[in-house]
Structure formats: structure tokens, C-alpha cells
Design a protein around this ligand. Structure first.
Ligand SMILES: [Cu+2]
Length: 65
């Protein structure tokens, strides 16, 4: 499981963009978003660098959680 902090994830639109980014890397990933905590947990095949790059392409900075 990979857990990332996404400090700028503040609303449902952000959540949707981040889910889409993760799915673009790993369509079968299990994505759990905690909006109040601004964290994303991903269970799947993709590595953290690929996930963080895809999320960055949507405009969100990530930090290892
Ligand atoms: Cu938002």
C-alpha cells in the first residue's frame, strides 16, 4: 500500500482528479481518499514514483505520508 499526502486536495473535484490520475497509471488500483486528512492510499501494482508523477500532471504536489 502506498500512502501519499496531497496538501492541496480540498474538494470533490480534487479527489476526482486524483482518482483519475491514479487510474491512468493502474486501472485496477484500489484508491482510498481521505479528504479531511488530505491523504490518498493506493493498493495496486504501480510504484510511488509513477503515481506521484501522474498526480503531479494533474497539478497536485504530493508528499510521502
Ligand atoms: Cu478541489
Amino acid at each position: 500500500m502506498i500512502k501519499l499526502n496531497v496538501p492541496d486536495m480540498t474538494c470533490g473535484h480534487c479527489e476526482a482528479a486524483i482518482r483519475k490520475a491514479v487510474k491512468s497509471v493502474d486501472p485496477s488500483a484500489d484508491v482510498r481518499v481521505d479528504l479531511p486528512a488530505r491523504t490518498v492510499e493506493v493498493r495496486g501494482e504501480a510504484g510511488p514514483d509513477d503515481l506521484r508523477a501522474a498526480i503531479a500532471a494533474e497539478g497536485y504536489v504530493t508528499e510521502a505520508a
